[in-house]
Design a protein around this ligand. Sequence first.
Ligand code: GSH
Length: 200
Amino acid sequence: MPTHLLHGFPGGRSEATRICFHAAGIKLEQRRYDRPAYQDKKSTTTDKAWATGLPVLEIDGVPYTQSLSQARYAAKLAKLYPEDPFAALRCDEVLDIWQDILTKTPSPESEEDKKRERLLYAEGKMATLFDLLDQRVGESESCFIVGDSLTVADLSLFALFTMIREGNFTYVPETYIDRWPRLVKLEQSVSKHPVVTSYY
Ligand SMILES: N[C@@H](CCC(=O)N[C@@H](CS)C(=O)NCC(=O)O)C(=O)O
């Protein structure tokens, strides 16, 4: 088994990856950064994988970018990514919605603009993406979003919901998810799953 070292900021972007490594029983070393430490790392290396943001996952010393590629890799090791192509499509759709929610979040310079734009975002585009996630849970035959068992899609959503509930999604109300009872049910099912309870 190769060595794995995850470089990241504190927060939810890599939480599914961490849980999947834990579920797979594979050692994951971690290095946490603040902004100055990341700038320093960026300026002292020529490998472009360090230039495009964290998280970076080093596998046997080679750096790889993109939180969702890392999460899928870890999920495959943990058997938490569907083998069936159609189920994989449904899983990937959820992961890409998760990425859309994060990357479309407005982050203007001024705090006043940030508050206004994020409140509008939470009521507009973000709510539409949550409506679609809610619909997908409704279509599922189980309490999980894809198929009849836990996948990396559930873990990614769980990390996002936790981020919101803990007030770490600035200007999005902590009770935001409560508007979608089916997503709350999914959140509760994930929180009770042995993969998750054994991690925390
Ligand atoms: N698509 C990338 C986005 C990575 C990204 O933009 N990370 C942000 C933190 S959430 C970052 O490192 N920003 C600082 C920078 O790019 O200098 C992923 O999902 O990993």
